[in-house]
Design a protein around this ligand. Sequence first.
Ligand code: NAD
Ligand code: ZN
Ligand code: ZN
Length: 385
Amino acid sequence: MLAMNYRGPRRVRIDEKPEPEILHPQDAVVKVTRACICGSDLHLYNGSVPDTRVGSTFGHEVTGIVEEVGPEVQNLKAGDQVLVPFNIACGKCAFCRQGLYGNCHESNPGATAVGGIYGYSHTAGGYDGGQAEYVRVPYADVGPMIIPEWMDHDDAVMLTDVTPTGYQAAEMGGIQRGDTVVIFGAGPIGTMAARCAWLFGAGRVIVIDHIEYRLDFVREYGPAEVYSYNEMDDVVLFLKKTTDWLGADVCIDAVGAEATGRPMQTLLGKKLHLVGGSATALGWAINSVKKGGIVSVVGVYGPIDALVPIGNIVNKGLTLRGNQAAVKRLLPRLVEHVKNGIIEPKKLITHRIPLEDVSEAYKMFSGKMDNCMKPLLIPPSGMTH
Ligand SMILES: NC(=O)c1ccc[n+]([C@@H]2O[C@H](COP(=O)([O-])OP(=O)(O)OC[C@H]3O[C@@H](n4cnc5c(N)ncnc54)[C@H](O)[C@@H]3O)[C@@H](O)[C@H]2O)c1
Ligand SMILES: [Zn+2]
Ligand SMILES: [Zn+2]
């Protein structure tokens, strides 16, 4: 089959790989019809995630058609059209039972933090991802959801990660009615977080980035007040000023380890890799939230030390929350929001690219070219779905 193949930092190509097989009685094999590229894939692409092995296939945002199921699978059968959440979760361990599907204790037994994630390095279990014609889906009765008849599959693929992650970013912020919410990052995740902040009762939503087309997009889609950090001397000072010097009630980091904006952090964390990523947006979030406020982190960081202003977390009495989104927990209510037109996830999709052109697709998305917000990779047989 055709599959994306990682060859080392900033080098990916399309290759022939063996088709995945049923390795466990609870597996399914899914024929992919859509696979997004995510901001999280850019951390892999840039070589920032430890143990990203040459030869692996990325891709954790997938829709497809069930091709084959293992003998113990009960909820799916060949021919079902499914969306596959990015978390690989057993559904039975102590963490899955609490709804912490991003922290399954079984799907990534070598780790103590994150659970298994499709196509996300051996630190997330070493599973191959879905930027391919087929993908193996473990615990097939737990993750995949049959796409309702009425749902556009472009909306469905956006329910595998972006929509639940943006929603959980807002949820973890503990937003109270009327709160000022500041979101760092106007990528798909920050944009969706802005939209969802209103659902939790925000009174004012501010988004910070430096890419004009993305700020323009979220200004309309959020809607949100938008500002470019390139046009201000001091982001934290600006945010204090605009909140009567109190600080924002809630700050959301939707950027993660690849942040720009402070040359020293960029040098140490992004270029030299002396610390675990460039925690610029997280630092701004901690420093511009009010005393006693909440910082919600969905931006992804490497597992080793990042330079964050920990002293301010203590001295300001902050609550810091973060996680990989628990997609399965959130799907029932998000499906309703899609049905009622409250969220409109597919509006974020800007590009449909043949899987064969995966290398160009990564270049475009990572370079923020051609006003790219969210690209879909379409395998040859997915063109008709
Ligand atoms: N926790 C989860 O479940 C989960 C799920 C999906 C994605 N993520 C993470 O969320 C983050 C965003 O994902 P995305 O797909 O939107 O990525 P993206 O790369 O498309 O967008 C990131 C945006 O952040 C902006 N940015 C860079 N430095 C900044 C700074 N200092 N302040 C404000 N904005 C800054 C960039 O210009 C870019 O527009 C990534 O770290 C990704 O790994 C987490
Ligand atoms: Zn993703
Ligand atoms: Zn589990």
